[in-house]
Design a protein around this ligand. Structure first.
Ligand code: FMN
Length: 496
């Protein structure tokens, strides 16, 4: 299968995919123009597009990108439904983005393909650097549509974390071969069922858009892993050369992390309720380097690696380089809401940040949370929020007794969750990450009841040593905006 980027030297620094909307197109573009790998977060892009269009698409960026989308009838449909010239008033609630199901509506397919296309198109506009898209495997239902949209815009690299991304190479091959794209979505079976624990989504672009585009090229595929066992399993089970390399994510990384190994069949927790990782959770880099060498693959290390010293260490153990998240999340170009960014940079500079490894994510994965006043990390803020599930990106699918499929999320109202067969204990402490993370990117416009943010960053923020190299004082290099840019990050990590 022909794939992309064969002739380009691959960067030693990967900017991690950071959802929701932290790794937006402008961050990815800035990173990529400076010779590193810029990544657009592919999480919930359809929801983000719905909000941006109703805010009048400031700067006209998405309209500029969508003018290049090959199927203009789809663009017309979404513009008619969601675009508001000048933006809706701050007081008016927004028209919601439909939620995903196994049979998404036509408009939701349009939105997802267009949103992924537009974000990658913008990140790649007017330069030749490499651009990646990042998906979380666990957020399964949008994958066929989102991947197709990103490939239409010529995405160079695909990174996938939070799960076992076995189906992706087949999807890439199907899109290149102009075949329908299939994805098996996990389903919790009914007790009495003998049926499969999945349902298949099939997306046929020809049926949806009237024709299949010719000549699409597969991006390089880089699974994000946290164990040698998973690296081996993926290399064994996937066709040779379908994996370009791995990002190995250490448990100090921001966002979701892989859970630690169980001891006596159980995850162990410390007195704060954080999962405990032990020596066996760390990847043996020389062994991984050997495995990669034998299979023509390579790897990057992520998690508290954002320094020139760590980059040198990564290379010394056989890695190509590093993946970094937090350092880019706090750069001017990222999608993190500016007041949150400013506060976190200042607290980080002063050494006053606390990061908690929570079990608050409905995905079931540990999730890093910055303890920050006024955000959902605050018990009072969390408890005063009325539970509501109106985004649905993290739902689990379950089979009902009659064989039909239901959708539930452990952060939805407890009674709803239990009525859908979920366990009450699973709802305890669960945070609505869909709304919390949208709010963290300033995308919480919702009439009179804006959602509150939840901020995730890696453990390195507690020491935040990189901020000392990037900021002149706690307000940053320019007192107006407390700023440092992606160019400053590049200079720090790679020299001028
Ligand atoms: C704000 C934020 C959001 C993140 N979201 C995602 C995500 O959606 N998908 C993913 O694979 N990794 C995600 N990560 C992990 C990063 O891609 C990266 O691997 C990690 O941050 C590296 O660790 P560092 O923050 O110590 O540099 C996120 C990290 C941060 C800081």
């Amino acid at each position: 299968m022909k794939d992309k980027t064969n002739d380009l030297p691959f960067p030693s620094v990967i900017q991690g995919g950071m959802g929701v909307a932290v790794s937006n197109w402008s961050l990815a573009r800035a990173v990529s123009m400076l010779g590193m790998l810029g990544t657009v977060s592919g999480v919930a892009l359809e929801r983000i597009l719905v909000i941006i269009l109703q805010n009048g698409d400031p700067g006209g960026h998405f309209r500029r990108a969508l003018a290049h989308f090959p199927y203009q009838q789809a663009v017309e449909r979404i513009m008619k439904e969601f675009y508001v010239e000048g933006g809706v008033s701050k007081r008016s609630p927004l028209r919601p983005c439909p939620m995903f199901t196994l049979q998404p509506s036509r408009i939701l397919i349009d939105l997802t393909v267009c949103a992924d296309f537009a974000a990658i198109w913008l990140a790649k506009e007017k330069h030749n650097g490499l651009v990646s898209i990042n998906f979380l495997e666990k957020l399964q239902m949008p994958h066929p549509y989102a991947l197709f949209g990103a490939m239409l815009a010529g995405v160079d690299v695909l990174t996938v974390g939070a799960g076992i991304p076995l189906p992706f190479p087949q999807m890439l091959e199907d899109i290149v071969a102009e075949r329908p794209v299939r994805y098996k979505v996990d389903v919790v079976p009914d007790h009495s069922s003998q049926g499969p624990n999945y349902r298949e989504i099939v997306f046929d672009p020809k049926e949806h858009f009237g024709e299949y585009p010719k000549g699409l090229i597969a991006p390089k595929f880089i699974p994000i892993i946290s164990s040698l066992v998973l690296a081996k399993a993926l290399l064994e089970r996937l066709p040779a050369s379908s994996i370009y390399g791995f990002v190995v994510e250490e448990d100090t990384a921001g966002g979701h992390n892989a859970p630690p190994r169980k001891v006596g069949g159980q995850i162990q927790f410390n007195h704060l309720g954080e999962p405990i990782y032990g020596p066996k959770d760390h990847v043996d880099y020389p062994k991984l380097a050997e495995l990669c060498r034998k299979n023509g693959a390579r790897f990057w290390i992520g998690g508290s690696m954002a320094s020139p010293e760590c980059l040198a260490f990564a290379k010394s153990v056989g890695a190509e380089g590093i993946q970094a998240g937090s350092i880019f999340a706090l750069a001017n170009e990222s999608g993190l809401e500016v007041n949150i960014k400013r506060t976190v940079r200042r607290l980080g500079y002063l050494g006053q940040l606390k990061i908690f490894n929570s079990m608050w994510s409905p995905t079931g994965f540990p999730f890093k949370v910055v303890s920050l006043h006024g955000t959902v990390s605050d018990r009072g803020v969390y408890e005063s929020r009325e539970r509501i599930c109106n985004q649905g990106a993290l739902v689990t699918l379950y089979e009902k007794a009659n064989g039909s499929i239901g959708y539930r999320c452990s952060a939805e109202p407890e009674t709803d969750y239990v009525a859908k067969g979920g366990k009450l204990e699973d709802t305890v402490s669960m945070r609505c990450l869909c709304n919390g993370l949208l709010a963290t990117a300033g995308l919480n416009h919702d009439g009179n009841k804006p959602e509150q943010p939840i901020v995730t960053l890696g453990n390195m923020m507690e020491g935040a040593s990189f901020l000392k190299h990037l900021m002149r004082d706690e307000n940053g290099q320019s007192s107006e905006f407390g700023s440092y840019s992606v160019a400053d990050v590049r200079r720090y990590l790679l020299g001028s």
